[in-house]
Design a protein around this ligand. Structure first.
Ligand code: XBP
Ligand code: MG
Length: 257
């Protein structure tokens, strides 16, 4: 195998990519927070799918209020949204600690392979840092933050995905050119953000994103795959594909024109 590029990095999105956190995680936690604050709002699974076009929990609440709650009292302001979001994140943390959100197939396997071969790892997510760390701590242990050279999360950049900001931030922190890094994403907004920063991406579709456009993804698969649970390619090509995404597949994608 031609090693070509010397330092290589894998940059992972979190929500929908490492785990299907949205439907039974964030959505449920939003609803618990609404209830705790005596708000009559309740987001169904389907409705939440439409709200996901807005990245970021605070931005999602704001959008919902503006488009679906015309009678919100003017006294309900940014501070209330922040407090509501904080409460939602506490409920989300409880859901994570109860073990209700599993990692997606192949995630742990690929992280471990990358670590064993000294590939650099990083995170680029719209999610809050506390939510990101909650998921990593539960599944990979508290020491796992050291697995990732950079964890770019939440409000650290001015504009959330599909803006390229979070990927540009992570690249600058890694001090690597985009040609050395491969992104893992699950959504259209995510692959657009990666593409905007000059990065190739593998898109792993999920329940909420299976009908998303993937024009800007380099390879689209059903999931990362395991030896006993192989993945299918939905779009894109690699010469050698063993039914899962491993470092050989990553290397091929990075080297392709
Ligand atoms: C993730 C998001 C986040 C989560 C909730 O997008 O949009 O808003 O739904 O996170 P992506 P917070 O996977 O594209 O990064 O509530 O912590 O904002
Ligand atoms: Mg995502």
């Amino acid at each position: 195998m031609d090693e070509g590029i010397s330092v290589k990095a894998l940059i992972f999105d979190v929500d929908g990519t490492l785990a299907e956190t949205e439907c039974e995680g964030h959505r449920v936690a939003f609803n618990q927070a609404f209830q705790a604050l005596n708000l009559t709002w309740s987001w169904s699974k389907d409705f939440y799918g439409t709200l996901l076009k807005i990245g970021g929990g605070k931005e999602r609440i704001q959008y919902f209020m503006e488009t679906h709650q015309p009678h919100i009292p003017p006294s309900f302001r940014t501070k209330d949204i922040s407090e509501l979001h904080l409460l939602k994140n506490q409920f989300y943390g409880e859901i994570l600690r109860k073990g209700e959100i599993a990692l997606r197939p192949g995630v742990l396997r690929l992280l471990q392979e990358a670590r064993s071969k000294q590939w650099t790892l990083a995170i680029a997510t719209t999610s809050s840092l506390s939510n990101t760390m909650g998921l990593l701590n539960y599944h990979l242990g508290v020491e796992s933050k050291k697995w990732f050279q950079v964890i770019g999360a939440g409000d650290i950049v001015p504009h959330k995905k599909p803006a390229p900001d979070i990927y540009e931030f992570v690249l600058a922190q890694l001090n690597l050119p985009p040609e050395s890094c491969l992104v893992f994403e699950d959504s259209e907004a995510g692959v657009i953000a990666a593409h905007g920063a000059g990065l190739k991406s593998v898109m792993t579709l999920n329940t909420y994103t299976q009908n998303h456009s993937y024009d800007y993804a380099t390879l689209v698969v059903t999931h990362l795959g395991e030896p006993h649970q192989t993945a299918d390619i939905v779009s894109g090509t690699v010469a050698r594909f063993p039914g899962l995404i491993n470092l050989d597949v990553c290397q091929q994608l990075l080297e392709a024109n």
